[in-house]
Design a binder for this molecule. Structure first.
Ligand code: SF4
Length: 730
């Protein structure tokens, strides 16, 4: 029996207004010659951008001068943030794949009936493990919260993860175990206060350029140490570069801890008062003397000892890391080994210090706290009855609606699609068919699905092209909400343009689907993004991420963004820059941080005679963003980076293959191949190659191995060969 569309208030409005306009969030007429400030929707730095409006639309952007994050600066993506809105290939109507395999326009009511009918049938026939959703770190917190609540409390799904699994899962797992909560402790002022800055696996200059500008504003003449296999732009600008062998960072960190312990450079007062696990750590790192560490990492014993002495001698030492650490087969332990160094030396809770992970996407932190995917709201646990009751009471729902088990992680969701357990998948604002590791396996898994829904700004993403149903969504600049940046700062976005055609904010799509599913009543209080923000503030109360003191969007606007926590009862708008743990109390019950260690493990795919080169992947330019879904829409950004894939090679490796810069070659792994232009450069070591992540073919090469604690994919370690294409491959 076909379901009839259930008519809720929002759908009635959509039916009445076929263009989809007239919704509460989108102003019917924009104020002439006004300026609206929005936090940028690309990276986690969270710069504020002033959008200049004239007549009925945005005309230009300038970086906000008085915002504490970016202080009048923006990278090229920020300057070009309006271009993706005006792209000619925006999704402007729901699309349904017909019997001949072609996507055909349909109306929202029909789309919602298809959605409900297909997902309901799968749930009824195959149970809750047969369906899942994949969320994102690119939509506002309020939208991801509504998605997580709707799917899990309203529709009966158990499984839903986010693309933050690809960038921050490692760090979230590390902080949770070490600090007792997923809590980056720093504020950006720490970049300016340190006298020693250690950057591990972070090419800040191009990946987070405004954070690099904060280092440049440091008046303490800091030592800047970069630990990275490549001589990246950041390594070139640093005072020291340790070009470690790929995936030797865990051993290196233990070697540094060994030297701190051996030389009596541990801050015993801090360690004894505020941490636990020192004896185990000291025993563990005894096995990492400089000679062993040097042999594994390629760093001389003298350089190791110099770095340990530098960390010991610094008054305000800060440690920062990002994807070089996170996207590793042992990323959680590596992040914790960095955290250990900060704890051992008492470098936490004071200006210029900290064990500081840098987030990737604009709202990765919102996803970690409030997406209701693998964690229950506010960092709670689905398997805890007390946590479920807590959430149920705050939301006024039956606790029985809350799943009693945590979701599968992203990789397990893909595995379930591959083995036929999972039959329906709802992908929201992410491009799995480009970004997920080992593409041929991902695509094979997706091809086995009975029903794939993609909700996105564009119907042209690699994933949307595989979809049975495409739901057109408004983008950044077309809707309301908040993002949480790397330093825990909650910032506003707001509509400055109308979405094209029948595209509507994700928030409204979720409400529409709630009505169509018949569970709209559950979300009676979830009427606007700001009302959802207030609900989240209530859900956060008493948690480490307590934002109960933020009364609404006006307060965020007035304060220039607000860092969590801000419990209710806080008198004044807080200082612009706040850090955690200044009182030495961590989030474990006993208030102590844990010094956590584990044994290094070999990479899943070592090089071989057939595949003798280590493939490193990563960001290549400040003008490209992830899968280029949005940045490729800007002619300015396109002109700033190569359109075609390229592979960076060491001179010796290129010469051994008779390759020179500009040659077209084939990069092969056991899983697939890609054509790429050769760039011969001394910035990469012999035996390694680098391919930017931004090209669709890159993940044909990567190897699907995962950090066991976080299930984060290890994107930066696969064995490849580079050589001319055979006649068949040309
Ligand atoms: Fe700032 Fe990142 Fe946006 Fe660039 S992409 S403007 S660094 S928030």
């Amino acid at each position: 029996m076909r379901l009839r569309h259930r008519d809720g208030p929002l759908t009635r409005e959509l039916v009445r207004e076929p263009g989809g306009f007239g919704l509460g969030q989108v102003p019917s007429r924009l104020k002439p010659d006004a300026v609206a400030s929005l936090v940028c929707g690309f990276c986690s730095t969270g710069c504020s951008l002033d959008v200049h409006l004239r007549d009925d639309g945005p005309v230009n952007i300038t970086p906000s001068v008085r915002y504490p994050v970016n202080q009048g600066q923006a990278c090229p993506k920020g300057w070009e943030a309006l271009a993706p809105l005006a792209a000619s290939d925006r999704a402007v109507t729901p699309l349904w794949r017909d019997r001949r395999g072609r996507l055909q326009p349909i109306s929202w009511p029909v789309a919602s009936v298809h959605f409900v009918e297909r997902f309901r049938a799968l749930l009824d026939r195959h149970g809750p493990d047969s369906v899942a959703f994949l969320s994102t770190g690119q939509i506002p917190t309020e939208e991801m919260a509504l998605l997580g609540a709707l799917a899990k409390f309203g529709m009966g799904m158990v499984h839903g993860d986010g693309n933050t699994r690809q960038c921050m899962a490692t760090t979230a797992a590390a902080y949770k175990e070490s600090f007792g909560f997923d809590a980056p402790p720093y504020t950006y002022a720490d970049f300016e206060e340190s006298d020693v800055i250690v950057l591990v696996g972070s090419n800040l200059c191009i990946a987070h350029p405004i954070m690099w500008e904060r280092i440049r504003a440091n008046r303490h003449d800091p030592e800047v140490v970069v630990v990275d296999p490549r001589k990246t732009e950041t390594a070139m600008a640093a005072t020291r570069h340790l070009a470690i062998h790929p995936k030797s960072d865990l051993t290196l960190m233990y070697g540094l801890a060994h030297l701190l312990v051996r030389n009596g450079w541990v801050d015993r007062e801090f360690v004894d008062t505020y941490t636990s696990g020192f004896e185990e750590l000291a025993a563990h790192v005894e096995a990492f003397p400089p000679e062993r560490v040097s042999a594994v990492s390629g760093i001389s014993t003298a350089d190791l000892e110099d770095l340990a002495a530098l960390i010991h001698g610094g008054e305000r030492v800060s440690f920062w890391w990002t994807m070089g650490v996170n996207q590793s087969h042992e990323g959680t332990r590596t992040a914790q080994a960095i955290i250990n160094l900060a704890l051992l030396t008492g470098n936490i809770g004071r200006p210029g210090t900290g064990a500081n992970s840098i987030t990737g996407q604009c709202n990765a932190m919102g996803s970690r706290l409030f997406s209701n995917t693998t964690n229950l709201f506010g960092g709670r646990d689905f398997s805890s009855g007390a946590d479920r009751n807590d959430v149920a009471a705050i939301l006024g729902i039956d606790a029985g609606r809350i799943p009693t088990r945590p979701s599968w992680s992203y990789d397990r969701i893909i595995d379930a699609a591959a083995d036929g357990t999972l039959r329906g998948l709802w992908v929201v604002a992410t491009n799995s068919a480009h970004s997920w590791i080992d593409q041929s396996r991902l695509r094979e898994a997706m091809s086995r699905l009975d029903f794939l829904v993609v909700q996105d700004m564009y119907a042209t993403t690699e994933t949307a092209e595989l979809a049975d149903l495409v739901l057109p969504a408004a983008g950044w600049g077309e809707k309301d909400g908040t993002f949480i940046n790397s330093e825990r700062r909650i910032g506003r976005i707001r509509p400055v343009a109308r979405p094209p055609g029948a595209a509507i904010p994700d928030f409204d799509i979720f409400r529409l689907l709630a009505d169509a599913w018949g569970c709209g009543d559950l979300f009676r209080a979830w009427t606007t993004p700001e009302e959802v923000f207030r609900l989240l503030a209530r859900l956060s109360q008493g948690r480490p991420c307590d934002i109960g003191g933020i009364t609404g969007y006006d307060m965020i606007d007035r304060a220039g963004g607000i860092q969590w926590p801000l419990p209710a009862g806080t008198d004044a708008v807080p200082a612009e820059e706040r850090r955690l743990f200044s009182d030495g109390r961590f989030f474990h019950r006993d208030g102590r941080a844990r010094l956590v260690v584990g044994d290094p493990t070999p990479v899943a795919e070592p090089v071989s005679a057939e595949f003798p080169l280590v493939l490193l992947t990563g960001r290549a330019s400040s003008s490209q963003w992830h899968t280029q879904t949005r940045t490729a829409k800007s002619a300015v950004l396109r002109a700033m980076s190569p359109a075609d894939p390229y592979v960076e090679m060491a001179p010796a490796d290129a010469s051994a293959r008779s390759l020179v810069t500009g040659d077209t070659t084939l990069v092969r792994s056991r899983r697939g191949s890609m054509r790429a232009r050769v760039v011969v450069t001394p910035t990469i070591r012999e035996g390694q190659v680098f391919v930017p992540m931004h090209y669709g073919a890159t993940n044909r090469l990567t190897h699907a191995s995962f950090d066991p604690h976080s299930r984060q994919p290890a994107y930066k370690s696969a064995a490849v060969q580079v050589g001319p294409a055979t006649r068949r491959e040309r």
